[in-house]
Design a protein around this ligand. Sequence first.
Ligand SMILES: Nc1ncnc2c1ncn2[C@@H]1O[C@H](COP(=O)(O)OP(=O)(O)O)[C@@H](O)[C@H]1O
Ligand SMILES: [Mg+2]
Length: 350
Amino acid sequence: MQRSDQTKVAILGAGRGGRALLDLLHQIPSIEIVGIADRDPDAPGLQRARELRVPVTTNVPNLIGNYGVSLIMDVTGDPEMETYLHVHKPPTADILSGSASRLLWELVQHESKLEAELLQSEKLAGIGSFAAGVAHDINNPLQLILGLAENLAEERDLTAVHEQARDIIEAVKRTSAICQDLTRYSRRASPHEDVMVSVNGKLDEALKIARYASSFHDIEMIKHYQPGAAVKGNPDELLHVLVNLITNAVHAMERVGGTLTLETTLLDGQVDVRISDTGCGIAPDQIPEIFEPFFTTKAPGKGTGLGLYNVKTIVNKMHGMIAVDSQLDKGTTFTLTFPNVEPVGQGCLS
Ligand SMILES: Nc1ncnc2c1ncn2[C@@H]1O[C@H](COP(=O)(O)OP(=O)(O)O)[C@@H](O)[C@H]1O
Ligand SMILES: [Mg+2]
């Protein structure tokens, strides 16, 4: 998208600092990154730039002299670059370098740490509401184990003993699977590099977790999964997004029941994920507010109002979009759209 009121930014240096700036600035619609330059063709920021389709170059004069650049961000840490820029920059361009760009880099780091903390606190707050669901799901196999063990104490037939022992093992496995799901979900999202994640697999995983958080009583499930739907991102964060959207959908149908539809489509590498409910819907005047932090219509202790805020933050980080379509008393559909992010050519300026 090109707009005349966009700030055109050139980034010099594609190390960790350049890469973080790229990730941050790429999310801001009023900023257009006209290119990123680095002497090292393997610099991590250049790989990221190719994924985001930001032009990459080794030719600094060309990058800063063309394209109507209005801000040059120098994160090379190279004093010679600073001197060069002061002499050669176009008169209409401002430079952010040295300690100013370091300060910006530190702010970006600080913000991403805060974001991770917020995500984790919201997740842990949500897990509080799992207690009843988990207790119920663990209690069932425990009761079964108790019954079988009581029988075993009296049983004389060896074949029956073996059979009951097998049933006990199965029940214990089921219980420990529940514990594993939850510990995996409650841990901090591991900060690994983005990978391709199967959306269909994550939706099923999210369903399992969401069942602990909310009652699926009287809820019909429809799944339309397109095989092969995959997106690039952090698997733990994607799971968190889907758990949030499914939990919200189920909450919206809590008292009356309804239909939860999960759908994925894949077209020309673009993946759409739709989560629809036939619940209470969202009032039109509230739609602009639902992604704001702390906006909730739920009773204290039931909602934090941080779910959709975090969903949006993660989806933006994955270079996706989120849209909502809702009608009061009819239902709501959240659609996530992830563009094809496979690198296409080099996108080089020079
Ligand atoms: N599927 C949905 N149907 C109806 N309302 C919804 C739905 N999803 C979100 N909302 C509304 O958006 C608000 C914010 O959601 P969220 O950020 O997840 O916070 P929380 O669930 O903690 O309230 C909810 O309180 C609710 O009013
Ligand atoms: Mg929520």
